[in-house]
Design a protein around this ligand. Structure first.
Ligand code: HDD
Length: 705
């Protein structure tokens, strides 16, 4: 007889059902289940006397509170999670025997998105790489795909991970700056360590400031191995493709959101799911022959600082993921979820990528500190949905009541159980490490020669971007290096930029007031890979946030029509009025001029020109920090500021039945891209059309030189 699994026995597992997971409607108890009738007063020697040590409820309550926090993740501390499901197309079955990739199989998933550098309470919209970690609860065990929104990594060998992380974390003396790469130690490291140039280029691009977790690609980064049912192997790179397209903030939005709504991405994800605009991604793989070289078109597939352009190896789609449920409890789920690249299922295996190899050690190790012991996989969020029958025993926070006397193998006392898969239990295929020939080699600390090219793909990436995106990259490097105090660091990074692209280097050098150096290696003429650009295309607009500016005297019919049309198109309308309360149709005001900021809206429909109370005008001008153009005397300066910011951020502004000169009055051009005068009937359609291309790109200046 095998040791019973928690599910199978229904007895030995964690008895979750007995716990007050949703205590509303029942009486308060101690942790031991004793009902309580007072939790507001400590037990004292008289109402004004000292508190008694015997107050066991007080001591339990305070002691537990004192230990409520666990260590935050050493990286990726700030995150947001969601539940969902993965539906397989079956197309992966040709090369992979994993059961969850068979046609039509639906697998529950939990995804955690994150920033890398900041601590748990840091802001969402900082410039950073984003984590994209997915836990598949398959019937053959848990598979974790622990990726990022950038397909390349900072370093080639995991032994460098503490170095890169120490460099980007706040300086150890004063612990500043928080969640920032714009400081000396980070640029000191990456300019010294040129293999980091590929990753830094990607996150200096717009990928470093995503509009939403829902609008990011995800990448497994490393090359993995897939094993077909007949044992043949392929090398693959995983890609997540968002249905809504890949979109970013502009820098002004990112900065404003850090202050005005530090939970910008977390809120966006949760609210979209709550509104039924379920985020979706398709999972795809680039597939390569598993040969001895493990190279493809000159690209070393074991080098995690390189990616394979989709132009060379198209992404083949194998399934779809839908996130449709928010966590019920942040701590229990999003904080306690424990990912590990070594959580693999039969059919998927690792390669010798030296970054991946070190990760295989690091993740279990970190959970032991973070989650207080080796039994973290028994936490509900980590619990496999497949039956578990391990021989791991005891340890801190053990929640299983294991039966039997022989948790070792082989044994003859517990009926020889557990069997090895394939012996007694033939039903589930076992995990088989892919046999691999390891070349006779010298034991050494070193890299293959193919790891030495640190620049050619960086040049290719930069030159493949659209001109506006290149401008953003120039501005990002100028900002980041402009925040470095050390001139030697700035100069060394300029040298790296010279080796990438002379134009980029010159633009940044100009901003820094430093001479642009000449390249000291040959800058390669590279093929372009336009697929890395985010520009162009029309995309679904589900869950995009539309600000509707109304006043308390805007007719009910107008509000009803605008809101209904917005809902019809899957937009999320937010009603913005001078003060709180309800509007004529009875709808509650979502934002007031005091609480609204441009960053919250993807587009704005102005159904009412809002004026301030006459006596508060001067005061409001000062508070809004806006100089009202002469034509805008009657307008509330906060509305002027909102619209001016929205204009700068490339957002559609649609007015409904406003004065002919409205745009000029608020200091915008009378006519221009994305400035629309509409009727109540056409306003939402006009907005939706503009939103489909994410932003009014024509607004941004493109330098001519
Ligand atoms: Fe890592 C967390 C992604 C390299 C060590 N990593 C972590 C998370 C993501 C990644 C998304 C957050 C998971 C979550 O939401 O809980 N890490 C990556 C990617 C890498 C990478 C895509 C390279 C391709 N990581 C990497 C290396 C090491 C680590 C080389 C160590 C040598 N990573 C960790 C960690 C973390 C972690 C310290 C912190 C918290 C955790 O694991 O659970 O072990």
């Amino acid at each position: 007889m095998s040791t019973p699994t928690p599910e199978a026995s229904g007895e030995s597992g964690p008895k979750q059902s007995a716990r007050p997971t949703h205590p509303q409607g029942t009486a308060l108890t101690t942790s031991q289940g004793t009902p309580l009738r007072d939790t507001d007063h400590s037990l004292k020697a008289g109402p004004r006397g000292p508190i008694l040590l015997q107050d066991h409820h007080l001591r339990e309550k305070i002691t537990h509170f004192d230990h409520e926090r666990i260590p935050e993740r050493v990286v990726h501390a700030r995150g947001a999670g969601a539940h969902g499901r993965f539906i397989s197309y079956g197309t992966g079955s040709r090369i992979c025997s994993a059961g969850f990739l068979a046609e039509g199989v639906e697998t529950p998933v939990f995804v955690r998105f994150s920033t890398v550098a900041g601590s748990r309470g840091s802001a969402d919209t900082v410039r950073d790489t984003r984590g994209f970690a997915t836990k598949f609860y398959t019937e053959e065990g848990v598979f974790d795909l622990v990726g990022n929104n950038i397909p390349v990594f900072f370093i080639q060998d995991g032994i460098k991970f503490p170095d890169v992380v120490h460099s980007v974390k706040p300086h150890p003396d004063l612990e500043i700056p928080q969640a920032q790469s714009a400081h000396d130690t980070f640029w000191d490291f990456v300019s010294e360590h040129t293999q980091a140039q590929a990753h830094t280029m990607w996150f200096m691009s717009d990928r470093g400031i995503p509009r939403s977790y829902r609008m990011m690609e995800g990448f497994g980064v490393h090359t993995f191995k897939m094993v077909a049912p007949d044992g043949t192997t392929s090398l693959v790179k995983f890609h997540w493709k968002p249905r809504l397209g890949v979109h970013s903030l502009v820098w002004e939005e990112a900065l404003l959101a850090n202050g005005a709504d530090p939970d910008f991405h977390r809120r966006d994800l949760a609210e979209a799911i709550k509104a039924g605009a379920f985020p979706e991604w398709e999972l795809g793989v680039q597939v390569f022959e598993d040969n001895e070289e493990q190279m493809f078109e000159g690209i070393d597939l074991l080098d995690p600082t390189k990616f394979v352009p989709e132009e060379l190896a198209p992404v083949q789609l194998i399934g779809k993921m839908v996130l449709d449920r928010n966590p019920a409890n942040y701590f229990a789920e999003t904080e306690q979820v424990a990912f590990h690249p070594g959580h693999l299922v039969p059919g998927i295996d690792v390669t010798n990528d030296p970054l991946l190899q070190v990760r295989l050690f690091s993740y279990i190790d970190t959970q032991i500190t973070r989650l207080g012991g080796p039994n973290f996989s028994q936490l509900p969020i980590n619990l496999p949905h497949a039956p578990v029958n391990d021989m791991l025993r005891d340890g801190m926070h053990q929640t299983y009541v294991h039966e039997g006397i022989a948790p070792y193998h082989p044994n003859s006392l517990d009926g020889g159980c557990p069997f090895m898969a394939g012996e007694g239990d033939n039903i589930r295929p076992p995990f088989i490490d892919v046999p691999e020939h390891v070349a006779e080699a010298l034991k050494e600390r070193g890299n293959p020669v193919s790891f030495e090219d640190h620049f050619s793909q960086v040049t290719m990436f930069y030159r493949s971007l659209d001109t506006q995106e290149q401008l953003h990259v120039q501005q990002a490097y100028s900002f980041e290096l402009g925040k470095c105090a050390s001139e030697q660091v700035r100069k060394r990074q300029l040298q790296a930029l010279a080796n990438i692209d002379a134009g980029l280097c010159a633009a940044v050098a100009h901003e820094l007031g430093l001479p642009a150096p000449e390249a000291d290696t040959e800058v390669p003429e590279s093929e372009l890979c336009p697929s890395v650009s985010q520009m162009g295309g029309m995309w679904p607009i589900d869950g995009r946030v539309l600000g509707i500016v109304a006043s308390h005297s805007t007719p009910a019919k107008a509000i009803e029509l605008l809101v209904a049309n917005a809902n019809l198109r899957g937009l999320k309308p937010l009603l913005l009025a001078p003060t709180g309360g309800s509007l004529a149709d009875g709808s509650p005001v979502d934002r007031t001029l005091l609480t609204a900021r441009s960053i919250e809206f993807d587009a704005i429909v102005v159904a009412a020109a809002l004026s301030p109370a006459p006596d508060s005008r001067v005061d409001l001008d000062a508070k809004a920090g806006v100089i009202r153009p002469p034509g805008a005397e009657e307008l509330d300066p906060r509305l002027v500021l909102l619209l001016q910011e929205a204009y700068r951020q490339g957002k559609a502004i649609v007015t409904v039945e406003q004065d002919e000169g409205f745009f000029e009055d608020i200091g915008l051009p009378a006519m221009g891209p994305g400035l629309v005068k509409a009727t109540i009937e056409s306003a939402i359609q006009d907005t939706a059309t503009l939103l489909a291309s994410h932003r009014v790109w024509e607004r941004f200046d493109i330098p001519t030189s």
